[in-house]
Unconditional design. Structure first.
Length: 267
């Protein structure tokens, strides 16, 4: 019994300094990593890095430093870290093969966060869906549609298709088409359209409103009307113009054609 006690005592004397040093290294290491993360966060804030990129970048740096710290502590006990790195690499390869699709979405998320074809708040069309970008995550992009539906689109789908950023430039042209009857005066209709556009508070006065005849249709003369607005006012201008132009055409006795059919009865 005394033999085993002596062995335990000698092992304790031998390994106690290493254990204490390892614990001290972990405590100091985690403290330094926290300080580095805070310093990096402040640097990113000063450089006004996009909020969608910042959390991902900080977590990536933090996890990488913690993994290096754990390998360092393992090496202090005489553990061959090379074998652990080889095992870790093999596991990463196996997991990568099993999660090819998810890793593809992850890579696409990194590309989106790096090159930023759109940011949170932009009105975009992705994968055939139109909505405001609510969040850009590592694997998915979340859109909020005009009818308040949440659409979750995998980032791999986004980067493999056309990305249409509708509002990313800050100003947007609101394209609309209005028709009048062939018996109505074109110049008079243009004046009514211009007055309605001028009365809309969201229409930009720094750019002219395009009003021109775009088509001689089967039953109507069609006008292309294109005012400019701030991106966030797109729908305000769109709905205002439609409602107020109907009232303006009614007051001006201008007909808005609609499909009609004349039936002749023959005895």
């Amino acid at each position: 019994m005394q033999k085993y006690i002596d062995q335990i005592t000698s092992m304790a004397i031998e390994y106690a300094p290493k254990i204490l040093l390892a614990l001290l290294t972990l405590i100091v290491g985690f403290w330094i990593i926290k300080k580095i993360s805070n310093l990096l966060s402040n640097t990113l804030d000063k450089r006004k890095v996009d909020e969608t990129v910042k959390p991902f970048f900080l977590s990536l740096v933090s996890v990488g430093l913690k993994v290096l710290l754990l390998f360092t502590v393992a090496g202090m006990f005489g553990v061959e870290t090379a074998s652990f790195i080889a095992i870790f690499g093999a596991m990463a390869f196996a997991i990568g093969m099993a999660l090819q699709g998810s890793l593809g979405h992850f890579a696409s998320g990194v590309m989106l966060l790096t090159f930023k074809p759109y940011v949170v708040g932009d009105l975009v069309e992705l994968g055939g869906k139109v909505g405001v970008v609510e969040a850009i995550q590592i694997f998915n992009t979340i859109l909020l549609t005009p009818d308040n539906k949440k659409v979750i689109i995998p980032n791999g789908v986004v980067t493999s298709d056309v990305i249409l950023n509708i509002s990313g430039q800050g100003e947007i042209r609101v394209d609309m088409t209005f028709g009048i009857g062939y018996s109505d005066d074109i110049d008079h209709a243009k004046k009514v359209i211009q007055l309605v556009a001028d009365s809309c508070p969201q229409v930009l006065t720094t750019k002219p409103v395009d009003i021109f005849v775009s088509e001689l249709g089967d039953s109507s003369v069609n006008f292309a009307v294109r005012p400019w607005a701030k991106s966030e006012h797109y729908w305000d201008v769109y709905f205002y113009m439609h409602e107020q132009l109907k009232k303006g055409f009614d007051d001006a006795k201008i007909e808005i054609p609609f499909p009609q059919r004349t039936v002749h009865l023959q005895k």
